[in-house]
Design a protein around this ligand. Structure first.
Ligand SMILES: *Cc1c(COP(=O)(O)O)cnc(C)c1O
Length: 249
């Protein structure tokens, strides 16, 4: 692979376009420029290396098996791996071996498992604490939808805003874990603004209790401008940089 291969050029162009969108949205919002996490799920480790050569330092994955293999394959590259998908407790040990952060904390048992795994890992190699984002279910921002579909149109995971505080206290009190902030995925097929407004209110409430938990992980290919407008600190962008993902098997 050389820097000039066609795939690298394509990634460079798409990455530059996303950075332009971020810059222009951040200029309007007058906030600090958020961290761009490039979501590489379903794309090969070679693309991760291409992105690294283009200056990308943060990558996101949503399945442990795939993430662990890729992180091992490109372990020489200086990258921060962000775990952003549903996580089973029996994968905590694996995730603790490569992840800089987990954005999808949604229950107490996961906190306990990650704490135990991090404890073992830190005794082995003294690694830094794992940054933990609580994933929030924002379907409550659309009462008209939940009335139609009781399970919530969102259906994209996370805890109800009323349960954030309990989970936050648990993370903050667990060795090896660092409470970083909140994460959410806006519901599909509706305007993201109500969801992101709800997340911003939840974030303000969390900050009153945990002033260090400034992280606000929101904004994907479709809605990064709306997320930046309400103060996103971490964007998770996949398809607008890497192109369409292969169909899920
Ligand atoms: C896949 C994924 C993303 C990236 O989505 P795109 O629409 O491809 O930008 C962001 N967040 C989570 C949780 C994801 O699973």
């Amino acid at each position: 692979m050389t820097l000039q291969d066609p795939r690298t050029s394509e990634l460079a162009d798409r990455l530059a376009a996303v950075h332009r969108r971020i810059d222009s949205a951040a200029a309007t919002a007058a906030g600090a420029k958020p961290t761009l996490i490039v979501v590489t799920k379903f794309h090969p480790a070679a693309d991760v290396l291409r992105l690294r050569s283009l200056g990308v330092a943060d990558v996101g994955e949503n399945r442990d098996q795939e993430a662990a293999a890729k992180a091992l394959e490109v372990s020489d590259a200086e990258l921060r791996w962000h775990f952003i998908g549903q996580l089973q407790t029996n994968k905590a040990k694996s995730v603790a071996a490569y992840a800089h952060s987990v954005h999808s904390i949604d229950r107490a048992s996961l906190v306990t498992s990650l704490g135990r795994a991090m404890n073992a890992r830190q005794q082995e190699n003294g690694r830094a604490n794992l940054e933990c984002f609580i994933q929030v279910d924002l379907s409550g921002a659309y009462p008209e939808l939940s009335a139609v579909e009781p399970t919530g149109r969102g259906g994209r995971g996370g805890v109800a805003p009323s349960n954030i505080e309990e989970l936050a206290d648990l993370i903050a009190g667990t060795g090896g874990l660092e409470l970083a902030g909140l994460m959410a995925v806006a519901p599909l097929g509706v305007a993201p603004e109500p969801a992101f407004d709800l997340l911003a209110r939840a974030s303000a409430a969390l900050l009153a209790q945990h002033p260090q938990a400034t992280g606000f992980s929101a904004g994907m290919s479709q809605d990064l401008e709306a997320a930046i407008a309400v103060g996103a600190t971490h964007l998770r962008v996949g398809s607008d940089i890497l192109g369409p993902r292969p169909p899920v098997l």
